[in-house]
Design a protein around this ligand. Structure first.
Ligand code: HEC
Length: 156
């Protein structure tokens, strides 16, 4: 009985060792500057949109309803516009199997309008920020129309 227990623990330890050897090189490669690449956090598209895009959008909707009165208001707008703009880059790491070219186009257009919004917000240019914001939403919606059968049509 003791012999069996002993044999089992030897087996368990060797299984653990083999597993950690398999995992370790991948992690190590990630830490080497020349080998590290962006790697999507494993969540499905629904959780990604909800987690990355929904809250900044909701805050912008309120924040852009009227011209911000102070620097803090502009800073909040800049931050959310930047999150959505960079979110466009992250969408490029999550291409669908079908119509990847359209997905790419909508992501890039949305990112670039978001970048214009960041720039206008930095200059505290409300008219410019609003124009870029509305344009960005048309690109968000273009993707929702194509890939979501027209669900989630967002309004400024
Ligand atoms: C390249 C395609 C694409 C672009 C660009 C895109 N989305 Fe989405 N979005 C999706 C998809 C696909 C879903 C549906 C996810 C699901 O529920 O499966 C979605 C869903 C959503 C939802 C609903 C989330 C929920 O909880 O139901 C919101 C809000 C949203 N997107 C905001 C945005 C905003 C804001 C932008 C632009 C700044 C944007 N999206 C740009 C693909 C896109």
């Amino acid at each position: 009985m003791r012999l069996l227990a002993c044999a089992l623990s030897v087996l368990l330890v060797s299984v653990l060792l083999v597993r950690s050897e398999n995992v370790a090189p991948a992690r190590a490669a990630d830490k080497e500057p020349t080998k590290a690449t962006p790697k999507p956090v494993p969540v499905n598209m629904h959780d990604f949109m909800e987690g990355m895009f929904q809250f900044p959008y909701k805050r912008l909707k309120t924040g852009m309803a009227a011209e911000p009165k102070d620097a803090a208001g502009w800073k909040a707008i800049r931050s959310d516009a930047l999150i959505l703009a960079e979110g466009g880059n992250l969408l490029l790491l999550r291409l669908p199997e079908k119509d990847a070219d359209l997905w790419t186009k909508y992501s890039v257009d949305s990112r670039d309008a978001g970048a214009d919004m960041v720039k206008a917000a930095k200059a505290k240019d409300f008219a410019g920020a609003k124009k870029a914001y509305e344009l960005m939403l048309t690109h968000c919606n273009a993707c929702h129309k194509k890939f979501e059968d027209g669900k989630h049509i967002l309004t400024p």
